[in-house]
Design a protein around this ligand. Sequence first.
Ligand SMILES: NC(=O)c1ccc[n+]([C@@H]2O[C@H](COP(=O)([O-])OP(=O)(O)OC[C@H]3O[C@@H](n4cnc5c(N)ncnc54)[C@H](OP(=O)(O)O)[C@@H]3O)[C@@H](O)[C@H]2O)c1
Length: 275
Amino acid sequence: MAEANESRIFPDHLFMVGCGNMAGQMLSRWLACGLDPARVTVLRPSGRPVADGVTVVTDYPDALPPGTTVLLGMKPYQIDDVAAALGPRCSPDTRLASILAGTTLATLRAHFPHVRAIVRAMPNLPVGLGEGVTALFTDERTDVEAKAAVDALIQPLGLAEWIDDEALFNRITALSGCGPAFLFRFVDALARAGEAIGIPAEQAARMALATVQGSANMAAEAAVSPAALADQVASPGGMTREGLNVLDADQRLLALLTDTLAAARNRGEAMARGA
Ligand SMILES: NC(=O)c1ccc[n+]([C@@H]2O[C@H](COP(=O)([O-])OP(=O)(O)OC[C@H]3O[C@@H](n4cnc5c(N)ncnc54)[C@H](OP(=O)(O)O)[C@@H]3O)[C@@H](O)[C@H]2O)c1
């Protein structure tokens, strides 16, 4: 039964081009969810082992087995070289998913003209825990069956959101793809601010992280919005309100985060133009 379920989730063969910080988290979650490592090949120049039973190669095999899904997980600027080597090894039935930031579907199609099923996916690092967010986009050349197969593969990673308009992709990448970095910065800043007002550094770091973790879990379960939850913390005339007044003055936090996301989005758009 488990085997039947696994075969619905996972491709016959997964060929990963690059397996660093991001693709490595995806693979780790898939293996934890029952992907047979014997069905995975990772190409990485370092040849560093990935996980027990996963084949690691430093050069492309002569051919990809039938039923292969390729995951492009190297750096975006490497697309020309990778496509030159990989493209001729793909058949029309090969399925291809790309996590490359700022690399449009049109660019992928130009590099892999024979491949019918191409999906852009934008995951974030917590996929390794099954608590990630992945945005997905494709076009009409990808048939319904291939789209469903990629969707099934992404489901174990956390929230999966198909988008209809590729123009949203860089904006969504700024929010959820880059978002973990912004949150990690926030946790660090909360801890350092605690230290700045006199809390011992290690204790501040521990308590900042636990506060963010508990609050995020609570917000995820709550029937009301995070904005309403903030008001539940703030007693009238109390301490929290004074703190919120600092964050809210001239919409300071909102303006800072809007500038942050806009800068990330703009970089994605520049990368898409080849900059
Ligand atoms: N990091 C994130 O949070 C995140 C989120 C969403 C999307 N992405 C996207 O994910 C991709 C990878 O980012 P990353 O942060 O995971 O980078 P990374 O940790 O540097 O991983 C890059 C991987 O590419 C491999 N590689 C290097 N040169 C290669 C080549 N010529 N051909 C094939 N593979 C090659 C590396 O091999 P070795 O392992 O042997 O060094 C490594 O496994 C990027 O396109 C990025 O836009 C990243």
